[in-house]
Design a protein around this ligand. Sequence first.
Ligand SMILES: *Cc1c(COP(=O)(O)O)cnc(C)c1O
Length: 493
Amino acid sequence: MKFYSTRNKKAEVSGAEAVMRGISEEGGLFVPQSFPVFSSEQIKAFCGAPYEEVATEIIGAFLPELKNELPEYTRAAYSRFDGDPAPLVKVCDNTYVLELWHGPTHAFKDIALTLLPHLLQGSKKLAGNSRTTLIPVATSGDTGKAALEGFSGVSGTAVAVFYPFGGVSDLQRLQMITTEGDNVFVAAIKGNFDDAQTAVKKAFTDAELKEKLAKLGIELSSANSINFGRLAPQVTYYFTAYADLVEGKQIRYGDKVDFCVPSGNFGDILAGYYARKMGLPVGRLICASNINNVLADFIRTGTYDARREFHKTSSPSMDILVSSNLERLIFDLSGENDELTAARMASLKESGMYSVTPKESEDMRKIFAAGYASEEEAANAIAEYFDEYGYIMDPHTAVAAAVAKKTREKKTLLVILSTASPHKFAASVLKAIDESPTGNELKDLQKLEDVTALEVPESLINLPAKEKIFTDCIKLGEVNGALVSFAERLGKK
Ligand SMILES: *Cc1c(COP(=O)(O)O)cnc(C)c1O
């Protein structure tokens, strides 16, 4: 299967190249030239199948060149989850929660980031590339740990994570700096998240650094959320959720199911759109935003307008004003018009906005619905689900639950995607259910368990006792030096 760029269809690459490159030269995103379609028989066969087998089928349809290795890769990735990687929990009549946070870092990014390193390793093998790929990551918290866990121990790869000093929670910091593995590195940076991100971006374009690393047999690459290798694994759980409903006799095959998705960069919900294109009986995809509601506004109006105030909320992974994966939807809606997509993205960059045509906007609303939830509405959703159903959810999932309440069609079966463990946001969750946080994140974990009977994952409980391996705090100008020292250590092994 071939892929091409949303901004230049002549830029054609194989799936393996799309994974290795991440982004096309002119800034476009790689999309499949055509979508694989699964027959109803094939989808029915997913009922009762282990998650990694479904993942192998779905991802293999996009990356057939890795077909032989995929069973091994998906097993390696998903055996790191605590049981089923995407269990579907019935909350009440017609409402289900798809829990995507049973991976090593207890957030949904694990689903893709545990597999991507293997896809990258396999793609490099196909290309005859024997260099070590080093992934520098700037993080405001969650992605850093998910990348560290995903890449740790995968040969031919390495990851270096930089987080803003004082800019992540204690829990997030402890999670990162206690990561074990010969191919991982973590440092705090004196500066805020934007500073860290700018410093990391500079490293990618620094010719002198590139040369130094090349001498050590090392090349830089990125693992950010626009890489198709992160998107493909997310398509799987839409299929397994549907198959679980059929298998549990909650629906009959062919019945439409709606999904409500707490959205930020638009990757999670786009995977649902792709699942629908691939033949899954998806009804409506409800895009849920917090008060940074640029996506919800776009879906309702057809105008994407990022010129607005940025709000910090209790669902930080959704605090985003430029949702990069949306470009793939825009491209699709335009009838795969690369010039038009390039022009719209240029307009977004220059003037902070663009509009699609009324026809495109209408087509979009045949599939997508949207809404946003205030901080109060999200907190109320946490309390309501806990009081009425004994179900406890994190603030990101709560945004989706609150939006679903306002926008869903009551008769249709609805699946709410749950993107983080409530424990990762214990203080917000405690407040929402009228309990006072203790002022100490680790104590909050225990308190949340005491109040809700939801057990704290062992890897979080044990954090304070673990060895703090990475205690460096570096200056912005020292990022490149830190990368070279890390590369020298890697080169010696
Ligand atoms: C990344 C993330 C989201 C948003 O997902 P997108 O694919 O960026 O739309 C929502 N919730 C949590 C907890 C996340 O980590």
